[in-house]
Design a protein around this ligand. Structure first.
Ligand code: ZN
Length: 258
């Protein structure tokens, strides 16, 4: 493909090394399950990066050449270097897309870009999740049914401490009756941010083909808009379109002038 979308799947990659139930589900890691799930999209050039690589795998070169970054983290948000989280936020302001998955709601880049505490209520108890499409015309909902279900998931419930989304695509319902804004979009600078809720590490959610489709749709939605000109410093004023004739104005004759 001539101009592929450069996707970097970032993953904390710690649970798989410390929890057997997670490595049983994801022997190569959750990031590889997601990469395998979207590999059929020929317009994507996919690579992965993980926390324990030098610079978390997010060198300046990698970030500069990433069109869309996805982020999954949970047990080690605090191990992410502040300067790298800041670089991720800066790249979003420049136009890079960011897709934040599941427990990434508490990650440094997401909280930095949202400006709120991003907290929520949760329960780990084999809930069923039904995800309703509440914005069927949105590009991220393309090809999806009215709703889809994930047989086993962690429950996330409202109130979710996020700023009002610019666009809401999904609302989840759980066995306990809780609801959650599980697919939400924001624009930050020239970049786009999408939060997608499913993906608890002890469930096989990232082997689900509908989840792969949502991820692929959201990558296409979040890809940067081509910006042909973006000049900060303007040395010369732009000439006015016409002489506005301000010299011909007379004194205001109305009562205001008295
Ligand atoms: Zn979880």
């Amino acid at each position: 493909m001539a101009n592929p979308i450069n996707v970097t799947l970032w993953h904390e990659y710690r649970h798989e090394k410390t929890h057997k139930e997670v490595s049983d589900l994801y022997p190569k890691g959750m990031h590889i399950a997601l990469a395998d799930g979207i590999r059929g999209n020929v317009d994507f050039a996919i690579r992965t990066a993980t926390l324990d690589e030098p610079e978390h795998g997010l060198t300046d070169e990698v970030l500069a050449s990433t069109d869309v970054l996805t982020w999954w983290g949970h047990m080690a948000h605090g191990d992410v270097r502040d300067d790298i989280a800041e670089k991720v936020a800066k790249r979003v302001w420049e136009g890079m897309g960011l897709i934040v998955l599941h427990s990434g709601h508490f990650s440094k880049p997401f909280k930095r870009l949202m400006g709120t505490d991003c907290s929520l209520r949760w329960r780990e108890a084999n809930d069923k999740e039904r995800i309703w499409v509440v914005n069927p015309g949105h590009p991220i909902a393309q090809g999806l049914p009215d709703y889809f279900e994930i047989p086993q998931e962690e429950m996330y419930g409202e109130y979710f401490g996020i700023p009002q989304p610019d666009e809401l695509v999904f609302v989840s319902w759980f066995t306990g009756g809780e609801v959650f804004r599980s697919g939400a979009c924001w624009h930050r600078g020239m970049g786009k941010v999408f939060y997608f809720r499913p993906g608890h590490e002890t469930y096989p959610t990232y082997h689900n083909p509908v989840v792969h489709q949502v991820l692929a749709n959201s990558i296409r939605w979040a890809q940067p808009t081509k910006v042909s000109s973006f000049t900060r410093q303007v040395n010369k004023p732009t000439p006015p379109l016409e002489d506005l004739g301000t010299t011909q104005l007379t004194k205001d004759p109305s009562l205001h002038g008295q």
